[in-house]
Design a protein around this ligand. Structure first.
Ligand code: NAP
Length: 277
């Protein structure tokens, strides 16, 4: 039976560090931009708002209608980039399919891009000289490091290949000398997902499709980090079939109550860094 990764315990130390750091900084303002009314995003927004209050950071939540055009978001980003009161900007996904993600992300000022998704910040990550790194990727690494798992030579399979999670994470893990296998929709559609998971020492899933990963695909003793947040029977649910997987894994994160808690803390850690630039 797997041990549940002690996210609560890890988050406490980080929160205390942020509270201390925040004291020496003046007024701060976070702008959080989202589109429509996505179930998983609502939960992320409420934890952003709660932590902003706790750290006495002004929180500006902007929600565009679900038919918002790319021009509308670009104009909104432009305003936030030049607004001296705004310390950092988050663009909460999902975006409408009609938007060109690379165009939207390129519009972000790299100094306010606290999710590390702009071309400049992704480039710095590739060059092993990161400025802002995806808070979700940092949260996953924290789960691994605080659980005292040595990544060197480990077989890691990542499911999902987004600019926010899968891509930066694959670089960070390879930089730590893990052997990284990246899987995505193509792997799933070819029917090969199970075969890439069965030898993985560490499985990290970031898709947002509940029960995409069957519990019996997990190798005995593997570590399972479930980043996905989807909706099942009106509740938040991860990508991994938790009840079965926990009987095979050695360490596992639940959803809710897992990686997400740390993600919000790393987001604000990046915001404090932006304030100091
Ligand atoms: P995203 O941009 O939609 O990326 C999802 C990725 O999964 C894409 O690469 C997608 O490929 C791939 N995918 C889709 N269906 C798949 C399948 N059947 N098999 C394998 N791969 C598949 O989403 P995101 O922003 O990365 O977020 C992913 C999930 O993490 C969401 O549930 C989100 O709510 C959650 N999230 C959690 C946290 C946290 O801290 N826990 C933080 C942020 C996000 P294609 O694009 O090619 O279809």
């Amino acid at each position: 039976m797997a041990e549940i990764i002690a996210v609560d315990q890890f988050s406490q130390g980080l929160k205390e560090r942020l509270q201390k750091e925040r004291k020496s900084l003046g007024s701060l303002k976070l702008a959080s931009l989202s589109v429509g009314n996505n179930f998983a995003t609502q939960s992320y927004l409420s934890s952003q708002k709660k932590l902003a209050q706790e750290l006495q950071i002004e929180y500006l939540c902007l929600t565009l209608g679900e038919n918002a055009t790319q021009e509308e978001v670009l104009s909104q980003i432009q305003k936030l980039n030049t607004d001296k009161e705004i310390t950092g900007i988050i663009l909460n996904k999902p975006f409408p399919e009609s938007w060109q993600e690379h165009v939207v992300l390129a519009a972000l000022s790299f100094k306010k891009d606290i999710e590390g998704m702009s071309p400049y910040n992704l480039g710095r990550l590739l060059q092993k000289d990161p400025l802002f790194v995806s808070p979700t990727a940092l949260a996953v690494l924290e789960c691994i490091d605080k659980s005292k798992v040595d990544l060197y030579g480990k077989e890691v399979t990542i499911v999902g290949f987004s600019t926010l999670i899968g891509k930066p994470l694959s670089i960070l893990l390879a930089d730590r000398f893990a052997t990284v296998c990246i899987t995505h929709i193509g792997t799933s559609q070819a029917g090969n997902l199970a075969s890439h998971l069965k030898n993985a020492d560490i499985v990290i899933s970031a898709v947002g499709k509940p029960n995409l990963i069957k519990g019996d695909w997990i190798k005995e003793g593997a570590i399972v980090i479930d980043v996905g947040v989807g909706q099942m029977k009106g509740k938040l649910a991860g990508d991994v079939e938790f009840e079965v997987a926990k009987n095979r894994a050695s360490l596992i994160t639940p959803v809710p109550g897992g990686v997400g808690k740390l993600t919000t803390l790393f987001l604000f850690s990046n915001l404090l860094k932006a304030a100091q630039l």
